[in-house]
Design a protein around this ligand. Sequence first.
Ligand code: 2NL
Length: 342
Amino acid sequence: MSDVDLIGALQSLEREALAAVASAGDERALEAVRVSYLGRSDGSISLVLRRLGTLPAEARPAVGQEANRVKGAVSEALETRSRMLARPAGTASIDLTLPARSPWKGGLHPITQAVDEIWHIFRDMGFARARGPEADTEWYNFVALNTPLDHPAADEQDTLYLVDSVLLRSHTSPVQVRTMERHEPPIRIVAPGWVYRRDTYDATHTPAFMQIEGLVIDEGVSFVDFKATLAEFARRYWGPDTRIRFRPSFFPFTEPSAEVDVKRVITREDGSRVETDWLEVMGAGMVDPAVLENVGYDPERYTGWAFGMGPARIAMLKHGVDDLRTFFENDMRFLAQFASGR
Ligand code: 2NL
């Protein structure tokens, strides 16, 4: 045989040997394959190697090199197969040809992402983040906020009491009250956190939900500051062409009070621009002088404004989610869509 023929013969022996290795079902069969191809006296690959001497000297290196490569490949396959056969039953059928799993991408929960985006915008406008307890007293949750205990909002049907006069906060306003008690104006804070109400769990209500409230108190703070700051927030969050609208409303702790709607401009894939409907995104108002008095501020000297919004609702609008419960059911097929790989 010529050197070219020998290389061809080695390569077909290699294919044959690898197939035999793969189909060997136990150690004995595997040993038979080893002897038949690599056996010292008459293994077929060894026989080819022995013919090296009959080749012209200049052809020997190329054939020798190929023979060694084939020997190495077959030995390695024998070892791998042997290790696989040695595994306990049930694990031997791992398919090594399957693509590897991609690395796990962690991510923040979509509601946490909304909270962060919202509070970062206020942080950039000079607000600090305030925290407070999730269980608080009737004073902080209601009375200080100009909400008498016979007001419907304070009804035990709507709130979760722990013991007499102590309840799970139904909004984050107690955090603002505590902040005002401890600090003199100027105050510029946002208070994100969990709040609790006695609601049934459905597409638009969960008994525990995230809220972000904001509060500004200083001398000379007017409705203009109030409206301009919320309009600027809306433009930073929903895009520069976003408009806001105030509709008259009522909250016990603000006067006047408003529901705030936004109208966004969306650029479609073909470049055309469409306006959305007005969407309600928060409640807000000028802080009621009675609240200022309750925390020891002089309402003749100080004025302010406040807002409250639900980041889950904001996230629903942003991502087109139509059922709040999907945020809480921890289905990874849903949550993984919000993972950014951080
Ligand atoms: C809503 C409405 C609102 C506030 C929260 C507030 C806090 C203090 C004083 C005055 Cl300490 N007001 N917070 C004001 C207006 C509305 O929330 O719809 N939240 C989801």
